[in-house]
Design a protein around this ligand. Structure first.
Ligand SMILES: Nc1ncnc2c1ncn2[C@@H]1O[C@H](COP(=O)(O)OP(=O)(O)O)[C@@H](O)[C@H]1O
Ligand SMILES: [Mg+2]
Length: 382
């Protein structure tokens, strides 16, 4: 029996057929390995496992009882995965299917984003190769929620599977023969009205879409949490106002993209497509506009993460978008909404900035955010 050590895990290979014939020998061998490495949690490598019967499943179950932590069974073939799935073991262990291995050598780059590089794999499919810093559970969530949203009718690329490209993880999606709104606008400012309408329509569609899934982020809860963290470091008067503000945010059932910007919406011939669903969740409809407002705010510091037009054009686009979103509201209501958006955006900004106060630019931004937050909290509608 082969086993390998890592920091806190020990990898144990499961091979061939495991059934009543060899289950007790296997159990003895695994126990010997685990006794020699008492602090390690087992990770079972099933790449060479062909079959496992109930006797084999019992061996795993006995081991599971000893550990509180998640136990992984990795590189599982589709046939063996079916056994784990049928018997409910996928609910007890973290079972990961064996991934296809693909190469991107010679594949043209279609785009780059914050989490990876997207290549054209063939004429129908693309592959997004993630940067190493992106964690596996986030990659898994992106593909799972993309499937759920696709099925729920959100216009998005058909998601396939998670694969390996060398040491990196990657996801395979349908190729969308369209252009990002960012490129459309950059190419020709005559596309302004079209981009604005598509950008707003897609967000409205998301807000109306209800998807029940435990994989979706809960932006209402996350925001409450951010507020609590930020409250701890602010003067008491400001903290009290934040608390009151946070409690006044009406939770939302609809979808929040979480990273809604012009590079994540594509368009061609009347058909919009939303991509990059890794951050999608549910929550108040103010969160997407608040995040885009934050991108706008960052311009002051020379950071233009996604809307790399002139600050004037970006600002105009932003406010035209808000006007379209809330076109049916009175002027006063619209002003109130913008105030709330700003407060959410400043609180989120402070939440991130507080970790990097030793960097002069972030510290300057932090100080500005405090002043701006203070100002808006005084006028925010109760
Ligand atoms: N399915 C697709 N078809 C065609 N182009 C795509 C597709 N998915 C992504 N792209 C291109 O790659 C860019 C980055 O993809 P995205 O999923 O947003 O990555 P990230 O998570 O890194 O932001 C997009 O802005 C777009 O230009
Ligand atoms: Mg993106």
């Amino acid at each position: 029996m082969d086993s390998y050590l890592s920091d806190d895990r020990i990898k144990i290979d499961l091979k061939g057929k495991i059934d009543a014939e060899n289950a007790s020998t296997l159990s003895g061998e695994i126990n010997a390995i685990l006794t020699d490495a008492p602090d390690k949690i087992p990770v079972f490598d099933a790449s060479d496992l062909k079959y496992i019967s109930s006797s084999g499943l019992r061996v795993l179950l006995d081991i599971k009882k000893r550990y509180k932590d998640e136990i992984f069974i990795i590189d599982v073939s589709p046939e063996v995965y079916e056994i784990f799935d049928m018997t409910g073991f996928t609910g007890l262990f973290s079972v990961r299917k064996k991934m296809r291995e693909l190469s991107v050598d010679g594949c043209p780059v279609l785009g780059r984003g914050g989490s990876g590089v997207v290549y054209s794999l063939d004429k129908d499919t693309v592959i997004k190769v993630f940067y190493d810093r992106v964690k596996y559970p986030d990659i898994e969530r992106e593909i799972t929620v993309s499937k759920e949203l696709f099925v729920a009718g959100v216009p998005t690329a058909i998601p396939y599977d998670i694969v390996r490209v060398g040491e990196s993880y990657a996801t395979v999606f349908e190729y969308i023969d369209a252009t990002t709104l960012y490129s459309l606008l950059l190419e020709d400012q005559n596309n302004y009205d079209l981009c604005l309408k598509v950008y707003t329509d897609v967000l409205c569609l998301l807000r109306k879409t209800i998807v029940k899934s435990d994989k979706l982020r809960n932006y209402d809860a996350e925001f409450m949490n951010k507020c609590r963290e930020v409250e701890k470091i602010l003067p008491p008067e400001l903290s009290a106002l934040i608390k009151e503000f946070a409690e006044g945010i009406t939770p939302g059932e609809g979808l929040v993209h979480g990273d809604y910007h012009l590079n994540n919406v594509m368009y061609r011939d009347g058909n919009p497509m939303l991509i990059d669903l890794g951050t999608i969740g549910t929550g108040s409809e103010l969160f997407d506009p608040a995040r885009s407002y934050y991108y706008l705010y960052l311009y002051k510091y020379g950071i233009s993460p996604y809307m790399a037009f002139s600050p004037e054009l970006s600002e105009k686009f932003y406010y035209d978008h808000i006007d379209l979103l809330y076109g049916d509201r009175s002027e006063t209501e619209r002003r109130e909404i913008i105030t709330k958006i700003k407060v959410i955006s400043y609180i989120s900004g402070l939440y991130y900035a507080k970790e990097y106060l030793n960097e002069p630019m972030i510290k300057a931004m932090y100080d500005d955010l405090l002043v701006d937050l203070d100002e808006q909290l005084k006028v925010v509608p109760k």
